[in-house]
Design a protein around this ligand. Structure first.
Ligand code: ATP
Ligand code: MG
Length: 381
């Protein structure tokens, strides 16, 4: 959470058509006060775009408040945003204004808005409808503020709405100007530019002699899927610069996990990374449910029971689903087109066949954006 009056060095590096369109959308968004919803996988630059909009808007001399909605308990998030009254919770010794009040005529950037609890969604909606600030613990609104709201999420809000996890009325309020930032693998022409930029920048930061990335190494970097997008690229380049010590960097000098992910055929690579050739059997079956809305019981269950697919395939299907729902099994039931009542039956089926994957490891994995990256179905089945 931060209050930023001026942010130096906010820039979008890239020369792809996608970046040019985003630049144009940023200019357009900066000319008005309309709400902006920024979507895209983790690390694609949603926060960069939010900052650019603020700094190119008429509000640039005012405050940009950034609030991350993920991981904060409701009362803390509500108190941070709206403030609280004395005695409203243990430790609330005095009245305290929230960040919204502290940014009059500024911009509020709510990051990871898809993680908000239903209760906080209702509180935000009330604020958007009235513009009134009601401090936590108060029985009536305290004041009004004029702030511009920008929100971002790496979730697919449409499927969140379908799963009952996000309010549709709130979505319509937030989704006035929509900016979708495509993943890096869909704009690989930006990779050389980003690599050069960060090679120079980390070279200076770490006072290393200039590092040259050979064309062969660059080719590997351009073939990689970058699930963590630009944030991951930055980290990889920093590692390369530190290790190279000024020597030319060839493919053998790149991180081995990255080279392996590029080299492996799609169905042998770990998880969703490295999926680049034709779809695997698990991907085809997942696609029947995700893209064609077939039920798990019709598309997968009979094949598994008749041993027409392996346990590894079933595990991979569950993995694909959990990557989409960020490890949420209840949403997985919905995603696989089963009625919610089938939750227990589905889970006991998975447990019985040792295909119930621990959900925790998917909590950190970015949601696959189904609308922009549908799984391809081979041979139309
Ligand atoms: N086009 C770009 N040019 C230069 N740097 C970029 C660009 N896009 C992203 N970055 C850098 O990549 C990192 C991740 O960007 P940012 O934090 O904006 O991503 P995000 O989409 O908000 O990710 P998350 O969903 O994980 O919060 C930052 O260090 C940012 O400066
Ligand atoms: Mg972010």
């Amino acid at each position: 959470m931060s209050l930023l009056a001026r942010v130096p060095d906010v820039r979008l590096i890239g020369r792809s058509e996608a970046i040019r369109l985003i630049e144009a959308d940023v200019e357009c968004a900066a000319r008005s006060d309309a709400k902006v919803l920024i979507t895209g996988e983790t690390g694609v630059g949603k926060e960069v775009v939010a900052r650019l909009i603020h700094h190119r808007s008429a509000r640039t001399s005012t405050t940009l408040v950034t609030v991350n909605c993920a991981g904060l308990p409701d009362s803390l998030l509500e108190s941070e945003l709206f403030g609280h009254t004395r005695g409203s919770f243990t430790g609330a010794y005095r009245d305290k204004p929230g960040l919204l009040e502290m940014a009059p005529h500024g911009t509020v950037f709510l990051d990871e808005v898809g993680e908000m609890s239903p209760r906080m969604q209702a509180v935000l909606l009330r604020f958007l409808e009235s513009g009134e600030i009601q401090r936590l613990g108060a029985d009536r609104p305290h004041t009004r503020v004029n702030v511009r709201l920008i929100t971002a999420t790496n979730r697919d809000l449409q499927s969140q709405i379908a799963a009952g996890a996000f309010r549709e009325d709130l979505y319509f309020r937030l989704n006035v100007i929509r900016l979708c930032i495509p993943p890096l693998r869909e704009r690989i022409e930006d990779i050389p530019l980003l690599v050069n930029y960060y090679v120079t920048s980390y070279g200076q930061t770490h006072r290393m002699p200039a590092t040259e990335i050979t064309p062969e190494a660059l080719e590997v970097l351009m073939a990689y899927r970058w699930p963590g997008n630009i944030r991951e690229l930055k980290n990889v380049v920093e590692r390369i610069v530190l290790r190279a010590g000024g020597r030319a960097v060839g493919p053998a000098d790149l991180p081995s996990d990255l080279v392996r992910a590029v080299a492996l055929p799609s169905n042998q690579s770990a998880g969703s990374e490295g999926r680049r050739a034709g779809p695997s059997r698990a991907e085809e079956l997942a696609s029947l449910m995700l893209d064609r809305r077939e039920s798990f019981w019709a598309a997968v269950y009979p094949l598994f029971m008749s041993r027409d697919m392996t346990r590894a395939d079933l595990r991979q299907i569950v993995q694909i689903g959990l990557e989409t729902t960020n490890g949420n099994y209840r949403q997985l039931v919905h995603l696989f087109n089963m009625p919610q009542d089938d939750y227990k039956r589905f889970l006991s089926f998975l447990r019985k066949h040792d295909c119930h994957l621990p959900f925790q490891r998917f909590r950190a994995v970015p949601a696959r954006l189904l609308s922009r990256e549908p799984l391809k179905v081979a041979n139309g089945h």
